[in-house]
Design a protein around this ligand. Structure first.
Ligand SMILES: NC(=O)c1ccc[n+]([C@@H]2O[C@H](COP(=O)([O-])OP(=O)(O)OC[C@H]3O[C@@H](n4cnc5c(N)ncnc54)[C@H](OP(=O)(O)O)[C@@H]3O)[C@@H](O)[C@H]2O)c1
Length: 274
């Protein structure tokens, strides 16, 4: 784990009822006090778009990724007038996540919003899948949600306000050829989401999952053009989603206005699995 990145700026005083680009109310309680969000996997793709979108909603964003990519995203957020910091943490390492959370809480007080987005694929038919490919995917995609949630939840319960959004996948609902490890992790995230939602609902904390479909990112860029074209044919909207499509949904679920939505799985897939 590396220390908090250099991409920091002091808290700003911001008016209470600024409207976000999506039109929903901003997650802000009082003048001068910004909500703080942790977004894992914020170095690229969906996580970077989510971090930028939350920052536009006047939320201070802690960008987490495995490499230093998160530092670049935090710098971009600050250049655009937002508040951000970066932390390089291997989310598959429970002890590293614990240390990162301790450091964060010491510095920030409470984290109000957690977006568990970091994820990997290690595709193979189950008969050929190595144990390591199974373990890596479960640890990175699923166990990480447990560790971040466990260490950041207490502050939310004390504040009687919190938002947790877990980025699952449509394959967590449907299964997928060659993705037994990934689908199991993504399905596990849905069960985890609903269980935690029940445990903390009375504390004003909403816990939801998003199930993205086929979204443009490095993860899907690895697929051949032929597969990509075949996939598009299965999508009623006839296009891949873009990271902003997911960021908009996350932003809504993190807003004040989503305070009566919990334990839900919001599918964002252009109609692919309806
Ligand atoms: N793209 C899709 O079509 C799609 C569909 C459904 C669900 N999803 C889910 O959406 C999430 C984001 O996907 P994406 O397409 O944006 O993926 P991506 O472009 O491959 O980016 C993954 C991000 O996760 C980070 N990450 C991976 N392993 C990590 C680890 N051990 N510790 C810390 N950070 C780690 C990466 O860090 P570095 O930048 O440092 O490498 C990167 O920032 C994933 O959970 C994925 O399963 C994606």
């Amino acid at each position: 784990m590396q220390p908090l990145g250099s991409a920091e700026q002091p808290l700003k005083k911001i008016p209470i009822d600024v409207e976000g680009a999506c039109g929903h109310n901003l997650a802000m309680v009082e003048i001068g006090k910004m909500r703080v969000a942790v977004v894992t996997g914020a170095g690229r793709g969906l996580g970077a778009a989510i971090a930028k979108k939350l920052a536009q909603q006047s939320i201070r964003v802690i960008c987490v990724s495995r490499s230093k990519n998160c530092e670049k995203i935090a710098t971009e957020i600050i250049a655009a007038g937002g508040a951000a910091e970066s932390m390089a943490v291997d989310v598959s390492d429970g002890e590293a996540v614990k240390l990162a959370c301790e450091k964060l809480l010491e510095k920030q007080g409470t984290v109000d919003i957690l977006v568990n987005n970091a994820g990997i694929t290690r595709d193979a038919l189950v008969l050929r899948m190595g144990g390591e490919d199974w373990e890596d995917v479960i640890r990175t995609n699923l166990s990480s949600c447990f560790h971040w949630t466990k260490h950041l939840l207490r502050g939310m319960t004390q504040n009687r306000w919190g938002r947790i959004v877990n980025i699952s996948s449509v394959v967590g609902k449907t299964g997928n050829f060659g993705q037994a490890n990934y689908a199991a992790a993504k399905a596990g995230m849905i069960g985890f989401t609903k269980s935690v939602a029940k445990e903390v609902a009375s504390r004003g904390i909403c816990v939801n999952a998003i199930a993205p479909g086929f979204i443009e990112s490095d993860m899907t860029a690895a697929l051949s053009e032929k597969i990509t074209e075949e996939m598009k044919k299965l999508i009623p909207m006839k296009r891949m989603g873009n990271p902003e499509d997911i960021a908009n949904a996350v932003s809504f679920l993190c807003s004040e206005g989503a305070g009566y939505i919990t334990g839900e799985v919001l599918t964002v897939d252009g109609g692919m699995t309806m």
